[in-house]
Structures are given as C-alpha cells and as structure tokens.
Ligand binder design. Structure first.
Ligand code: DNO
Length: 356
C-alpha cells in the first residue's frame, strides 16, 4: 500500500503540501480540482499545473477524489450523454497526465451526510457525528443550513452552495428514481467510460454511500457486499472497482469490514481507513483512528488489506479536530497525521510478523 493524504488544493485547504510531506511515510496526495462543477471537462493545463505543484513539494498525485458525476447521469435524463462525453474527456486528460485512479460516488443529490460537524467528545476534541433521530426531524434544507454554520468557513465536499440552491428541484428530479433505476444508470455510465479507462489504465473506485442506507427517502445502492458484487458483475472489468471506505460501510453494523475486504480482493483500488464509535445502532460519532477509541478493530481491517495483497493508495480519513486547529471538519492536519502514523505502524507490524 501507499500512504496518502487527501488535499483539496491551494486556496481550498488549510493544510499545505509541505506539512503533508513531513508526515512520516506519506508519499502521495489524493486531490481534485475543487472549483470545478460536476459535468465540466477538466482542462489539461489545470491538471498539469496541480501535478507540477504537488511534484514541486516532493510528493505525487496518487489519485483523484473526486471527479463528480453529474445528476443527469444518475437520474438518466435525455442529456446524460453530453455529460458522459465530458466525463470521458476529463478521464482522457487525467490519463495523459499519468493519473490512474479516480474515486467518485453515485449518491443522489448530495454526498455523505452527518447531523453534527462538531460533537464534543470527553477529551474535548470535536468530531462529525450522525444520529438518525435528527435526520427524521429535519428537512434537507435545514440540514444544509446547520452544516454551513459549523463548517469553519470551508465548503464541504458534497455540500456545495450551488448544489444546495437546487435542492428542491433535484429532489423532484429523483422522484422517479429507485434503486433499480439507479443501478441501471450506473451500468450505462460505467459501460460508456470503460473503454477510456482501459486505454489509459484508469481504475474507477466507487465510494460507498454514507451512511450506508437511504436518507431523506433517496435511493442508495453502494451499501453492502451484495450490491457491490452486483455492480462489479454488471460491468465486469477490473477497472470497475471500489474505494473501500471503512467509515462508510461501517455505519451499517451488519457489514463485516474485514470479510468484505477479503471478498473484494483485486477490485479494491483505494482505501479510506477510519474508526467510528457507536453509541447505539443509529447514533455514531467519528473516533480517533486507534481501535480502542472506537468500535472497529483497525488491526483486522489492515490485516485484511495486507492479506489480499493490497497495493493501492490508502488514506487516513476524517480526523477529529484537536489542538485548537481550525480547518474543514474532518480534514484538519493533526488528527489525520496521527491516523497516518498509526496505520503505518499497524502495517509495519503486520508485514514483519508475516515475514518472520
Ligand atoms: C467524505 C468523503 C466523500 C467522498 C466522495 C467520493 O469525506 O469521503 O465526500 O470523497 O463521496 O466521491
């Protein structure tokens, strides 16, 4: 595996490339063109510029998170082919710059959902949290307002103001889309992009729906092993794979993370590894990466990745806000750096115990 950190780009991130370079063992970044809109073609010169900037800091781009998929593609509207064409052009531009991993999601309307961005834990750190009661009592617009308030001035990925401005219209457009239709539209999209992925060896790594169940009545399909298998089988190409996000699949306690990893051997192209602490089945908060701080066995997760011979990029995921850092919730420097160090430590111990 290669240890990486997500970086939103100069002007969008409080964390610098220099800081990332100084985290022991981190050699790559996972980045994006944060100011592009879903459906736009990413200009080759802009991709090259960010690639040069990252290289100038002694790192490299290990993958893109995310090239977002336009809602017309997810809904399957008549104009979807235009946006698929644009997506293909973006993939070509990335491939020509020697970038071979793209993380994306197929979640309707918005991306991940949390009901609090700064829940206080006993040690005084603050974390992202989810409680089903709050979702049941809220509409998406009031959720957006509260998320915006707690975001420390940052625009959170998946909760961009442009997206939220169209929220009613989007809900209306998705009213005819159920899980089956969403699967169908995903298949159409994947079939269309696989030729360019094969040509440039670009691994597509779908991110799970987070939480791994329907919110606000919207369809959600990338939630468990059966559905992932269905997705891989319907477009059976090694470039059609997954981002194994422990914190997202782990929201559903029926998902056995290490055995899912083992079952997905060869098709996990990217891993997000983080821990959650459950207070009940439908109330959880994001803990430190350390196993004993949360509900997951992080050793077993890393061990399963080791056992399947995982060689792709891995990144610590959402961190707690600690040491008075002010940053995008989940994406500060300090706790993610601690997470990277811890995951590196687990990996070294696993490698040595296996080779001795
Ligand atoms: C949340 C992230 C997601 C992820 C997208 C991928 O912090 O893991 O926003 O980047 O779902 O498209």
């Amino acid at each position: 595996m290669e240890m990486t950190l997500r970086w939103f780009g100069t002007g969008h991130d409080t964390v610098t490339l220099k800081q990332i370079r100084q985290i022991p063992g981190v050699t790559g970044v996972i980045t994006t063109l944060y100011d592009t809109e879903p459906g736009e073609v990413w200009p080759a010169e802009r991709i090259r510029a960010v690639k040069d900037e990252v290289a100038g800091a002694g790192l490299h781009i290990s993958g893109i998170e995310s090239v977002n998929v336009h809602d017309s593609i997810k809904i399957g509207t008549a104009d979807r082919d235009i946006y698929i064409e644009n997506y293909i052009k973006t993939l070509e531009n990335l491939g020509r710059e020697d970038i071979h991993l793209v993380c994306y999601n197929f979640m309707p309307v918005f991306d991940w959902t949390r009901t609090e961005l700064a829940r206080r834990r006993p040690d005084g750190s603050t974390v992202l949290a989810y409680t089903q009661k709050a979702i049941d009592a809220l509409d998406p617009e009031s959720m957006f307002a509260s998320i915006k308030n707690d975001a420390n001035g940052a625009v959170l990925p998946g909760w961009e103001p442009e997206r939220m401005a169209r929220i009613r219209e989007l809900f209306e457009m998705y009213s005819e889309v159920d899980d089956e239709k969403l699967f169908c539209n995903l298949k159409y999209f994947l079939e269309a992009i696989m030729p360019v992925c094969n040509k440039y060896d670009i691994k597509m790594a779908i991110h799970p729906d987070d939480p791994a169940w329907s919110v606000f009545g919207l369809p959600r399909i990338i939630i468990n092993l059966d559905n992932i298998k269905r997705m891989m089988k319907m477009v059976d190409d090694p470039h059609n794979g997954v981002t194994f996000c422990a914190g997202s699949y782990g929201t559903n306690r029926a998902n056995d993370l290490p055995s899912m990893i083992r079952a997905l051997k060869g098709r996990i192209h990217f891993a997000h590894v983080r821990n959650l602490k459950f207070n009940s089945d439908d109330d959880f908060e994001e803990a430190a990466h350390l196993s004993s701080d949360g509900s997951f066995d992080m050793y077993e997760i890393m061990r399963a990745l080791y056992d399947i011979g995982f060689t792709g990029p891995i990144r610590p995921d959402h961190g707690r806000m600690i040491w008075d850092e002010v940053a995008m919730p989940g994406y500060g420097l300090y706790d993610r750096a601690l997470g990277a160090a811890y995951l590196n430590g687990l990996w070294e111990a696993i490698c040595k115990s296996q080779n001795s």
